[in-house]
Design a protein around this ligand. Structure first.
Ligand code: MN
Length: 197
């Protein structure tokens, strides 16, 4: 099987990001982004997606975390697009429900080639520690635009904002794991009647 790995570097005047991923990994994660709560969330992607992630970021966090979080989403999306390759034999769709105590989220993803995000999370508070919850939308929008995926995220219930977003990221990891898996019955074929994605 061809290796499904990618390394992407993205530099702007606001941020310098490096992302290395292995879709057929074991969930090994290494982060140095200057945004610890985002690292905690991306750790869920690695663990529950069984995707190795190595992410380093230097950003203008002296302003706020906005550029860094958005640009990590963008660069992670680029890395996925590159590692996925031509999509032959891909499951393509993935979904998961994940609970954490009172919180429950559902994430559905399609490696459609068409960027689209439905993000329905009514956070019960504006900040988690020093992390502004508005930035999660920016992270997923950056990812969606550059991975070329359709992504539906719904937090179905939850009182604790940390639980709300943690169920989203765990479900995102599980949905990714399903979608990026190779289907032996689809071997060598495009998972689309159009013949391309
Ligand atoms: Mn947690």
């Amino acid at each position: 099987m061809a290796e499904r790995k990618a390394s992407v570097e993205r530099n702007t005047l606001e941020t310098q990001i490096r992302v290395a991923i292995n879709l057929d990994g074991t969930g090994k994660a290494s982060f140095d982004t200057g945004v610890p709560f985002l690292d905690h969330m991306m750790d869920q992607i690695a663990r529950h997606g069984l995707i190795d992630l190595d992410i380093k970021a230097v950003g203008d966090n002296d302003i706020d975390d906005h550029h860094t979080v958005e640009d990590i989403g963008i660069t992670l999306g680029q890395a996925f697009a590159r590692a996925i390759g031509d999509k032959k034999g891909l499951y393509r769709y993935g979904h998961a429900y994940v609970p954490l105590d009172e919180a429950l989220s559902r994430v559905v993803i399609d490696f459609s080639g068409r960027p689209g995000l439905e993000f329905n999370v009514e956070f019960t508070r504006a900040m988690i520690g020093c992390f502004d919850v508005d930035l999660f939308y920016e992270f997923f929008q950056g990812f969606v635009n550059h991975a070329g995926v359709t992504l539906h995220i719904d937090n179905l219930r939850g009182r604790n904002a940390h639980h709300q977003i943690e169920t989203v990221f765990k479900a995102f990891g599980r949905a990714l794991r399903m979608a990026v898996a190779l289907d032996p019955r689809m071997a060598g074929q495009m998972p689309s009647t159009k013949g391309s994605l």
